[in-house]
Design a protein around this ligand. Structure first.
Ligand code: MG
Length: 334
């Protein structure tokens, strides 16, 4: 497309700016890891909170594009009952369409979310090799989201984790409301540690600490990770899942990296919004994360330009621009 505002004779002498190059300046900082594994949640956590339900072919292409952009952990589907999450009701159709991608992209992992034994049965039938279960650090959210007490939800997960282990399937535990709860307010660190330890003791290989409403700030992150460390749970067993509702996701991520965490959840293009704050900004956008990690010289394996182009492509299918700052800066508002 021709830019009519720039006279022809000036076009050849234009010096590209940093933004046009699409890369941040790389400057290492002390006390940070060499490499971060991004756990991409866009196709699951992102799409389940979007109002538009996408065709299964678009979801499959989305996952393939994420793999092509270099992401190596992509949460691909949910086996929650379709009545609760109609946007992801096509898991049986979708998973077989992406199950061969690890042959094309060695090291690619495609975990799926399962809420209970019925969900596990569905995931195992399709050959899933990694699953995730989701618990709550607070009683109110457990009651509203799982229709159980925290203790009852742990009882529900116990046979899921045990049977998954017997089948050679790795389990990740998600813990929601680790920082603030919309009904209970700030959540005490010891309460989060107690439920998190229980999930790890069931047999979860990794625990993802979720700031579900995005109210956490860096001191709280350090405090919670310190409380886990004091209880014998080091950062090598933990991941962080920040939401950008109040603009804190990246600074909280940096705080977690300084505490030794090397697994960070993020959603391509910031998909997902925040269902509890009526905000367009929810999940930390993977592009915003990669911009920061690239700038810090931390390896992720992700091609930022390819990822941003993927999010712009998906925004077209969703009919609205990506809320990610990096996507907007790199490819326009879509
Ligand atoms: Mg989320």
């Amino acid at each position: 497309m021709t830019d009519q505002t720039v006279p022809t004779e000036q076009r050849g002498s234009h010096e590209p700016t940093v933004l046009e190059l699409g890369l941040p300046m790389r400057v290492r900082a002390d006390g940070l890891p060499q490499r971060v594994r991004i756990h991409e949640v866009g196709p699951r956590d992102g799409l389940q909170n979007e109002s538009v339900s996408l065709p299964v072919e678009v979801k499959a292409e989305f996952i393939a594009r994420l793999a092509r952009a270099g992401l190596r952990t992509v949460e691909a589907a949910s086996f929650v009952h379709p009545r609760w999450v109609p946007q992801l009701a096509d898991a049986e159709e979708l998973f077989p369409q992406v199950a061969q991608l690890p042959q094309q992209y060695p090291g690619l992992r495609l975990p799926v979310l399962v809420p209970n034994e019925r969900g596990l049965d569905r995931a195992l039938a399709l050959g899933a090799t990694e699953i995730a279960v989701f618990g709550s650090a607070t009683e109110t959210f457990a009651a509203r989201n799982l229709n159980r007490t925290v203790a009852e939800s742990l009882e529900m997960f116990a046979p899921v984790v045990r049977r998954a282990a017997e089948a050679g399937v790795t389990v990740r535990g998600y813990l929601s409301m680790c920082f603030g709860d919309p009904w209970e307010g700030p959540v005490p660190a010891q309460q989060v540690v107690a439920v998190g330890q229980a999930l790890l003791e069931l047999g979860c290989a990794e625990l993802s600490l979720g700031d579900t409403i995005g109210t956490g700030t860096p001191g709280q992150v350090e405090g919670l990770l310190g409380a886990f460390a004091a209880a014998g749970v080091g950062p090598e067993r933990l991941a962080v899942h920040f939401h950008d509702t109040y603009g804190q996701a990246l600074v909280n991520t940096l705080a977690a990296l300084r505490c030794g965490v090397t697994v960070v959840d993020a959603s391509a293009g910031g998909l997902g919004g925040c269902p509890y704050a009526k905000s367009a900004t929810g999940n930390l956008a993977t592009e915003d994360l990669v911009w920061m990690l690239d700038g810090l010289g931390i390896e992720t394996g992700v091609d930022l330009a390819a990822l941003a182009a993927t999010s712009q492509w998906l925004a077209g299918h969703l009919g609205r621009p990506s809320p990610s700052r990096a996507v907007r800066a790199l490819v326009g508002a879509g």
